[in-house]
Design a protein around this ligand. Sequence first.
Ligand SMILES: [Cu+2]
Length: 118
Amino acid sequence: MKWICYLLAASLIPAAALADQQRHHTATQGVEKSAVHQGTGKVVAVDRAKLSIKLAHEAIKSLGWPGMTMDFTVADAALLDGIKGGDTVTFELGKDAKTGKWLITRITPQGAKLPAVN
Ligand SMILES: [Cu+2]
């Protein structure tokens, strides 16, 4: 399903923003408050230095995204505190106002409350 993710990203994000994304900005940037979406998923990997988290997320209906495994950028490294592979989490996604890329603005571990994502 990963290619679907890239197609969605390519259709939503201008080419300049995609190039920008690969430079791994470390500063927290403004997020459009009007476009916040919520998702649930299982943490596959965390790379704090790159502000990156790989999630096997369930479908995000408000975005029309199917469930898939993909990398997300977090708005701040502190969001990754206490988050580790195997955790089930809920998260909020916002669109960066400047670059148009998706940023995770909140992550909450759910522990054993939800069934595992396969
Ligand atoms: Cu995805």
